[in-house]
Every structure is written in C-alpha cells, then in structure tokens.
Design a protein around this ligand. Structure first.
Ligand code: N1C
Length: 249
C-alpha cells in the first residue's frame, strides 16, 4: 500500500461528521413532541460528553449529565429487555404502541440507536469511523451506563426476549447479562424470559438460563421461561395484544 493511499485513508477517517451527527440527533429528537423544544439543549449536553476527548477508555460516568437531562419516564413495569436477535422481535413488539418499552424506545436510547460517535483529544467535532476500534469506547460506555440505568428503572415483572434458536440464548458478559445483574427484589419480582423459537424444551437445555435462574434466585427475583414461535408474536402484534400474548399460555 502506497504512502499516498495510507495518507488519503487517514484523512478520510479524520474528517469530522459533526453536521451529519447533529442533524440526525435533532431529527430523531423531534419525533418526541413533548421534548422537541429541548432537543438543541440535549444535543449540546450530549456532545459536551465526548468532544475533544479520546474515544477509548471512556468512563461511563461521563454520560451522567445526559441522563439527568433526559431521564427515563416510562413506567418501570413495562420494561422489555432483549439480547442478540431477540432484539428484532422485542423492537417489533414494542414499536408504535402503548405496551412494553425497550431501551431503544426511550428518548436517549432512540437518539443514538445504530449510531457511532466519538471525539478526538484536543480536536473539535464528532467523528465516526474509528470510534469502536478499542474497548471501553464512547459507544460501548454509553450502552453500558444506559443498560444499567434502564434495568435499575425496571419494576415488578420484567420481560426479556431472547433468540431461542441459539444453543445459548445469551452471554452473561453481554449488555443483557449486565442488565440482569441490576434486578433486585422487592423492586423487581420476576424476570419472564420469552425464547423466540419454533422448538420445544430450549428453556431446560441452555446452561446460561440455568445460571441466570440461580443468580436471580440469590436476589430473590423469580424466574420463568417460555418458548414462543415468532408467528405467535406476530399475531399478538397484529391484534394489538400485549403481555397476555404469553401470560395466558
Ligand atoms: O449485549 P446485548 O445485545 O445482549 O444487550 C442488549 C440489552 C437490551 O436489553 C437493551 O436494553 O442491552 C440494551 N442495549 C440496547 O438497547 C441497544 N441498542 C443498540 C444494548 N445495546 C444496544 N445497541 C447496540 O447493539 C450497541 O451498539 C451494542 O454494542 C449492541 C449490543 O447488541 P447485542 O450484543 O445483541
């Protein structure tokens, strides 16, 4: 690879994407009419978190002001967690109706869902291409603190949708794994696991689920697990059925 190519690639990577990031943030924010007058203020607070700083080894606590400015306002009883491809069904199930709420449905979560952002030490602006090259970066740190806070906001019976076609439907080291560790009795009474699959007996087979049940038990949180075909979930969405989609089974 010639020196020229490396230089061009490096320059492309170092071009700030501030304008794009700002317009995306403002556009998504305005989808929440109750907050539309505060979008610019929220954007300033969010940018202030990382602009001019290194993208890596980024402490989660830096995002605290953003969560103070845009705290979770949904009822904790409506919390819907997910992992991996379970997220596809969780998001379909929660979107555009007054039923359960995923982190991606909340104001802050939705603003940065599927986005990448970071700063560079001593430079202005928002960058995107290299933000996630190292661990504990601006993006991972955001999802870490957001997941912790979202799970701590949860109350009563909490639901989680997981991909039941995987041999292990989740990893304890995932964001979902981290969320489960924030569930404590009496604030949270039960974690209802919904395994999206056409198969039967997956609840009993997965080692990770056994470990989850045990860890919840240590915090006096009950555990339940059900296998549900995606066609059944789709029927519930089509007929505007909420938790009775599985609680009546
Ligand atoms: O590690 P995961 O997901 O199992 O965590 C999912 C879990 C959910 O319950 C959410 O509440 O953590 C929360 N969450 C998000 O809502 C979210 N939206 C987008 C965690 N991560 C989220 N993302 C991005 O997907 C983010 O960039 C992160 O790195 C991935 C996590 O996907 P996963 O491993 O399938």
């Amino acid at each position: 690879v010639s020196v020229l190519c490396v230089t061009v690639a490096l320059m492309a990577v170092l071009i700030p994407r501030t304008g794009e990031f700002r317009s995306m943030f403002m556009e998504k924010c305005k989808r929440f009419p109750e907050n539309s007058t505060r979008c610019k203020e929220l954007l300033d607070i969010f940018e202030k978190t990382y602009v001019g700083k290194s993208p890596y080894y980024f402490p989660e606590t830096e995002y605290e002001p953003a969560f103070v400015a845009a705290p979770f306002t949904h009822p904790g009883e409506k919390t819907l967690l997910w992992s991996d491809k379970g997220g596809i069904w969780a998001n379909k199930f929660s979107k555009n109706r007054d039923c359960l709420v995923t982190l991606g449905d909340t104001l802050l979560g939705s603003l940065v869902d599927e986005e990448t952002w970071c700063g560079l030490k001593g430079l202005k602006g928002t960058y995107t291409p290299f933000c996630q090259w190292c661990s504990n970066n601006t993006v991972d740190s955001f999802w870490t603190i957001a997941s912790i806070k979202f799970a701590r906001h949860a109350k009563g019976v909490v639901t989680a949708m997981l991909d039941g076609d995987l041999r292990e439907p989740f990893d304890l080291n995932s964001f979902f794994g981290l969320e489960t560790k924030q569930l404590f009795y009496p604030r949270v009474t039960t974690l209802d696991i919904i395994l999206v699959t056409d198969k039967k007996g997956v609840c009993e087979k997965a080692t990770a689920l056994g470990e989850l049940e045990e860890s919840l038990g240590q915090r006096n949180v009950s555990y339940s697990c059900k296998e549900l075909p995606s066609s059944h979930i789709q029927t519930c969405i089509d007929n505007n059925v909420c938790e009775t989609c599985w609680s009546n089974l």
